[in-house]
Design a protein. Sequence first.
Length: 231
Amino acid sequence: MKALNIQLNAQHCRALAERGLKMAEGVLLSGAVLFEPPVRIWAAVSLSDCKIGAFSYVSPKTSLYKTEIGRYCSIGDGVAVLAGHPTAWLTTSPLAYQGLFDPPFRQDDYPLVGHFERLLPVKIGNDVWIGAGVKIKGGVSIGDGAIVGAGAVITRDVEPFTIVGGVPAKFIRMRFEPGLIAHIRRVNWYRYDLSNLSLAFDDPGLALEEIADRVDAGLLAAYSPSWVSIS
């Protein structure tokens, strides 16, 4: 996959729309970006080295780096993945491990004192809702079906089907009772395109039965589109 650094214009957006990617003008893409259509990206979003699954969207003013997002995810306004700094070194400043300033304050060929990974990968499962203004520490995972309340700061992994919130984010409650969670895992509904199905979405147990019945009858096959890389 070819790395890139591009700000989308109207022509880019029209071409991407033909491939199931609805993106706003001005979206910034860099590094390696991969999408499983359909995906929607709103205005003023920055994505770097990201992979986003089908039926997911990213809201305005969000910045994601080294982030993998599953299917059916809702990413709110102003969500950001946070860079780290070394806390046990002499200084927390990036001066110690990257060329932060122009010469003569830093020569490009000057050997760096050490290596520090500022941006660690973030993994977000399927059907995850991340509220507006959430900040995510690099290196964490957010499990399938989780909900993160607006304004939360995620400093550790979020377990599947949990609802968390606060600064730092803490467990609030489970989203579903254990039996329903087990049923979701058995049916694994994320595998399918539900966009044109009339289901009892407000009754999760019944909706799962309807999906399973369609699968058993051969009326619903796993959704497997080709991934789109942008270069």
